[in-house]
Write a protein that binds this ligand. Structure first.
Ligand code: UDP
Length: 244
């Protein structure tokens, strides 16, 4: 999250945003299931200019052993940005922000994964952000759900994610980097459409309670669009396109 630049035109008189989208229009989303032969499951997502690769390993033995749980499996998530993924080189060491995002993605995925079926084991999710342009946590969470399904891990549902937000006093869907920096609010939402449960909800910025409700609704509706693309990615790999 950056400083708010009040001079930038985020919404013109025709209701068109700085990247040419309408207020309720997501960026182009492409998800591919599979692709990493050494992982148990994987997925690649392009979400606007975000490019993110996810590898899933497990269920497998936990090392060190004392971290394991005799009653249930555990989920471990590492979100990592490549130094070249942003304009200004990022230090490759884990930042506070990456530790926070790893934690929120893990907590957003946990309700979806039937970890109780794999006591004493761990499922590891490695997220590599190759290119970032605002909204990486949502894109990564959506791709991680597909990668977990690709690994054959039993799940209650997939988590789909997208951010809603507020620019020029208007609620919008899918906040890009400029809108995140210069807009009024950014609300990443993760949602399981079949179970109708929100598993990620963050808010940076200030909203009235009416705007808050609208942002949640717009975010949830956006998640339903992402969900269709997630399902299509799995369909393409397992029932459709050949060669994967
Ligand atoms: N960003 C950056 N350098 C960093 C971290 C983030 O340029 O070290 C950019 C990147 O494009 C990212 C955006 O800032 O997508 C917004 O970051 P935020 O923390 O809001 O998370 P995100 O929106 O990616 O989930």
């Amino acid at each position: 999250m950056g400083g708010r630049d009040a001079t930038m035109v985020l919404l013109d008189e025709n209701g068109i945003r700085c990247d040419g989208r309408k207020i309720d229009e997501p960026r182009r989303i492409m998800i591919r299931a599979g692709g990493l032969k050494n992982a148990d499951g994987s997925a690649y997502i392009e979400f606007g200019d975000n490019k993110i690769l996810v590898g899933v390993f497990g269920p497998r033995d936990v090392h060190p052993k004392h971290m394991s749980n005799t009653d249930t499996g555990i989920l471990r998530v590492r979100y990592h940005m490549e130094p070249f993924s942003v304009g200004e080189r990022k230090n490759p060491a884990p930042s506070r922000r990456e530790i926070e995002i790893s934690k929120v993605i893990k907590e957003a995925l946990e309700p979806a994964v039937m970890l109780e079926k794999f006591p004493r084991t761990a499922v590891d999710v490695f997220i590599e952000v190759l290119q970032a342009d605002g909204g990486t946590r949502c894109a990564a969470l959506s791709a991680a759900s597909v990668a977990l399904a690709d690994a054959g891990i039993p799940m209650r549902d997939m988590v789909a994610a997208i951010a809603s937000g507020k620019v020029a006093d208007t609620i919008i869907l899918d906040v890009n980097n400029e809108e995140d920096q210069a807009g009024q609010a950014d609300m990443p939402v993760g949602y399981m459409p079949n179970l109708k449960k929100i598993t990620l909800l963050q808010l940076d910025g200030v909203l009235t309670s009416e705007e808050y409700k609208k942002c949640v609704t717009v975010g949830v509706e956006g998640c339903k669009l992402v969900y269709e693309i997630q399902k299509q990615a799995l369909n393409d790999k397992y029932f459709g396109k050949k060669g994967d």
